[in-house]
Each structure stands twice: as structure tokens, then as C-alpha cells.
Design a binder for this molecule. Structure first.
Ligand SMILES: *[C@@H]1O[C@H](CO)[C@@H](O)[C@H](O)[C@H]1NC(C)=O
Ligand SMILES: *[C@@H]1O[C@H](CO)[C@@H](O)[C@H](O)[C@H]1NC(C)=O
Ligand SMILES: *[C@@H]1O[C@H](CO)[C@@H](O)[C@H](O)[C@H]1NC(C)=O
Ligand SMILES: [Zn+2]
Length: 479
């Protein structure tokens, strides 16, 4: 994360060689702006099946009630098995392991045989068409939305790097000062209820909060050089603790396949290899848990933070063409964020920029649109923070903004675009006692995950942007 140059402002990789390969498939992927009817059908079917499940649950409830007074017990039992949570066999309380594979674009799981990930999918519950990231579809804003249930303006991490407009202080991915990190992340919620949490890397996990002091041995400081195997083995080792000392919530983070995605784009064989390696890590975890007899008892969430799209073919827009000086620009691409000096009117600059972009005189101008942040589409939830610069640009998928033509190799992969693009989607896979086996649910935004975890752990969560009823639509109720 923080020491990863791929997550730094400049995503350019002069050594990328094979990214041309990424061009063909990406441009053919439909965005949800033109919602494919297929998707709507799936949604409809899933909604219907949710209703159906609810009816079954109601019927089974009725049976259970009746069975107390009549002899219908036999039938109620069969229904019960399919609709309620399975009981724990070895553990005495629910445990959640939250795994993130950075930049795991939805669909990567079909690139190669991934037997371990598919074991979780086939015997667990997954988002059929992927998990929807928050905007901007960047690593830090999304990881922190997953663990707080908040949209970026409310959790404060509005970009991977930004400047506080009041103090002038700079946030970067290595900033651990509490003032930046708002909201209540899951590890804090858990600790607040007197339970133990363990973080093996997650953005924000090293930040001291009122109820989280980043305890040594249970809050590992970020070091991207630590082999994935070692991370997995440490998480497994927590299960060797006396049963009441096992953390009830654990995180586990892998930088791949984001790392490769930036260099070579989403369609390169290097991604396939990285995905196969992540699958091996999942296999290693499953095996370690099985050996300890707890695999079926543990709730495993496997998610990503965002997807990836190929960038190449001079899909570039230069700010010099719009006469925007570089010292106004807080971030270029894919999230264009501009803070003009106070003597300029942001509204006038937006108007001037958009007329330039639409004039036909700016190369690729029609692929960028700029907004006053308060005029951005509401669905992006990206205005309600003083930290967000006044002017935000939305780029078409695969386009990039630079100050001027520098002739560097722009081929590779990027993310940060509108979260409506299908290429920005990632995965949601969950396996454990409260997840139906082989169930597919419609896509949802990652801010819903917080309530899922607090519901499984039976702790009261902080107010957040997930819906209170969401867990009922995904989790099996207790018997
Ligand atoms: C899936 O779950 C069933 C029932 O619990 C079990 O018998 C089967 O071995 C599991 N399959 C895999 C691949 O884990
Ligand atoms: C990071 O991890 C590597 C590999 O385990 C180790 O050699 C290195 O000393 C660590 N760096 C820091 C700063 O702890
Ligand atoms: C998100 O949650 C925060 C904190 O509870 C709240 O202030 C805000 O209004 C919510 N926003 C939306 C769009 O739900
Ligand atoms: Zn990322």
C-alpha cells in the first residue's frame, strides 16, 4: 500500500510492453450506464428468489410453531436445514475473516481454474455480477468504506492523497494520524464491545482510535515485502489460541492482482498468474482452518476494493489545452480534482473548461466532463466533505488526464473511474455458517458489508450508509 509506487500519483510504467493486448476486450465491456437487460433480468430473478426464500422461511416458521402443538415436526425439519444458519461445531462464537485482494476485478475468477475461490463460491454466497465499489474507485477510499460502511465524504478518506484545504496538511497513504480517519472501522466496533480483533494489514488499521490502540501482535504494521504465505499463516495461527482468545474479527490483505493490473492491464497473462497465486493463498487458508476443524465454523469474506481497465492508444486529455495550471491540480487521473486559488470562481472555471472540452479543439475533449462537486450525480456520494476539492472531472472509461504531452508510455491499467463502469466492479464471496450454499445475490455497494459483519458478530454497529435490512436479505437467520 503506502510503499507501493503503483499507488502513487503517477501510474506510469515505462517498462510495460504487453498492454496493447488489453485494448480489445475492455472497450467491448458494457457499462451499467447502458444497463444490459440481462442484468435487469438477473436482478429480477434474484429479487423473486429472495421473496421466494422469505416465503419459505415464513412457512418453515409456521411449521416450527405448529410442530410444538401438532405432529408436523418431520416436514419442518427438512425445510429448516435449507433456510437457517448452520450451528457451530467447534468454535463457541462467530468469527469473521475479511480478506481483500487488491484490484481483483469481477471476472478474474474465471480467468483460470481457481478451485479454492470456487469452493467458497459454490458452497457460499456471492454477488453474481460483482461488488460495486464506492466512488472514487481507488484503494484507500474503498478499503475504508468496506470497514466503516460509510461513503468517502463521511469517513474522510476522499482520495489516496489529498490536501486539507483548511490546514494545508497533506494526506498520503502513509498518514496514520487519527484526524484523517473518521468513522468507526470494524476492528474498533469489535474492540468497543470487549471483543478481540486482529488486522493483518488494512488501510486505517494502524490508526489509533478511541477504542482501538493497534495492539502489538494483533495489528500488523504495513510492510509490502512480507510474503503472502506468512500473512496467511499468521492468521491461521490465531486459531491455535485458547478458544476464547481467538480474535472474532480478522483482516488479511494482498496487494495482488492490482500490482500487475497497473503494469500490464487486465488482460495480460501476468494477471492470470497473479489470480492463480491468490487462489493458492485461499487454498492455504482453507487447509489451515480445516486442519484445526474450524473451516465450516468460520465466516470468510473474500472481496476486492475495485476493478481495473486497460489504458492505451493515446486516450489522453491534456490540461495545458485548457489552460489549467498544474498547481491548481490535486490529482490528475482517473480522478481529476482541481482547487483553484480563492480569487477564481470555481463555477466560471467549470463553465470555461466544459466549453473548451466540447469545442472540438481539445483532443479527446468529449471524454471528460467537469463538475462543481455539488453538481456531481447524487449516486456518486462525492460532495459532502470540505476535503473534496471544488472541481471534479469525470473521465470516460480508459481515458487519462495529464498536464501536457510527455510522450511517455501510457499503456497499462487504471481504476478510479465512475463506479457505474462494469470494469470497476470487484468480487464479493462469503462462506460460513450464516451463508447459504451456492447462493447468488444481486450486486450491491461495499458500504453494505459493515452491517453484514456486525450482524454476524452480533455487535451493535455505528451509524453508517449501509441499509439496516440488508443483512436479512443475505444472511441465513438463526434457527
Ligand atoms: C460443500 O458443502 C457440502 C455440505 O456441507 C460438503 O459435503 C462438501 O464437501 C462441500 N464442498 C466443497 C467443495 O467444499
Ligand atoms: C519487511 O519485511 C521484510 C520481509 O519479511 C523484512 O526483511 C524487512 O526487514 C521488513 N521491513 C521492515 C521495515 O520491517
Ligand atoms: C451516511 O452516513 C452518515 C453517518 O451516519 C450520515 O451523516 C449521512 O447522511 C449518510 N449519507 C447517506 C447518503 O446515507
Ligand atoms: Zn486497490
Amino acid at each position: 500500500m503506502e510503499s507501493d509506487p503503483l499507488h502513487s500519483p503517477a501510474h506510469h510504467h515505462p517498462n510495460s510492453k504487453t498492454a496493447l493486448l488489453s485494448f480489445h476486450t475492455d472497450s467491448s465491456i458494457t457499462t451499467s450506464a447502458a444497463k444490459p437487460t440481462f442484468q435487469n433480468k438477473v436482478l429480477l430473478i434474484s429479487l423473486l428468489s429472495t421473496t421466494f426464500t422469505a416465503v419459505i422461511a415464513a412457512v418453515s416458521f409456521a411449521f416450527l410453531f405448529l410442530s410444538a402443538t401438532s405432529a408436523a415436526a418431520g416436514e419442518s425439519k427438512t425445510i429448516k436445514i435449507t433456510t437457517t444458519a448452520r450451528s457451530l461445531t467447534k468454535l463457541t462464537h462467530p468469527i469473521v475473516i475479511l480478506i481483500s485482494s487488491d484490484g481483483f476485478r469481477f471476472g478474474y475468477q474465471f480467468k483460470a481454474p481457481t478451485p479454492n475461490i470456487h469452493r467458497l463460491i459454490n458452497n457460499g454466497t456471492s454477488a453474481e455480477l460483482g461488488l460495486i465499489p464506492v466512488f472514487p474507485t481507488l484503494t484507500f477510499p474503498n478499503h475504508y468504506s468496506i470497514v466503516t460502511g460509510l461513503y468517502p465524504p463521511h469517513h474522510g478518506i476522499i482520495n489516496n492523497y489529498f490536501v486539507d484545504p483548511i490546514t494545508g496538511d497533506k494526506f498520503s497513504m502513509a498518514s496514520h494520524e487519527p484526524k484523517w480517519w473518521l468513522g468507526e472501522p470494524l476492528w474498533e466496533t469489535v474492540a468497543k464491545h470487549g471483543k478481540k480483533a486482529a488486522t493483518y494489514f488494512w488501510p486505517g488499521s494502524e490508526v489509533i482510535k478511541p477504542d482501538w490502540d493497534c495492539p502489538s501482535n494483533y495489528c500488523i504494521h504495513y510492510n509490502g515485502s512480507i510474503p503472502f504465505e506468512e500473512r496467511v499463516d499468521t492468521v491461521i495461527s490465531y486459531f491455535d489460541l485458547p478458544i476464547n482468545e481467538i480474535p472474532v474479527f480478522m483482516t488479511l490483505y494482498f496487494e495482488d492482482p492490482d500490482h500487475q493490473g497497473h503494469q500490464v492491464g487486465p488482460d495480460d497473462p501476468e494477471i492470470t498468474q497473479a489470480v492463480i497465486n491468490i487462489d493458492k493463498m485461499i487454498g492455504r487458508l482453507i487447509k489451515g482452518l480445516e486442519k484445526r476443524g474450524v473451516f465450516e465454523d468460520v465466516n470468510i469474506f473474500m472481496v476486492g476494493d475495485h476493478g481495473m481497465v486497460g489504458t492505451c492508444d493515446k486516450k489522453l486529455i491534456f490540461l495545458d489545452d485548457l489552460e489549467i495550471p498544474s498547481n491548481w491540480v490535486q490529482s490528475y487521473t482517473p480522478l481529476l480534482a482541481i482547487s483553484p486559488p480563492p480569487e477564481f470562481s470555481p463555477a466560471e472555471i467549470v463553465a470555461k473548461m466544459n466549453s473548451g472540452l466540447q469545442s472540438g479543439k481539445v483532443v479527446n475533449g468529449k471524454h471528460l466532463k467537469v463538475y462543481l462537486k455539488e453538481d456531481l450525480p447524487k449516486r456518486l456520494h462525492y460532495s459532502d466533505s470540505y476535503r473534496i476539492p471544488p472541481i471534479i472531472g469525470l473521465l470516460d472509461e480508459g481515458y487519462k488526464v495529464e498536464q501536457k504531452d510527455s510522450n511517455k508510455n501510457e499503456c497499462g491499467g487504471a481504476h478510479g473511474y465512475d463506479n457505474e463502469y462494469f470494469s470497476m466492479r470487484t468480487i464479493f464471496i462469503a462462506h460460513g455458517p450464516q451463508f447459504a450454499k451456492g447462493r447468488k445475490v444481486p450486486s450491491f455497494e461495499n458500504v453494505q458489508i459493515y452491517n453484514l459483519v456486525t450482524s454476524i458478530l452480533d455487535v451493535e454497529g455505528a451509524p453508517n450508509n449501509g441499509s439496516v435490512s440488508f443483512p436479512n436479505s443475505v444472511l441465513l437467520p438463526h434457527a
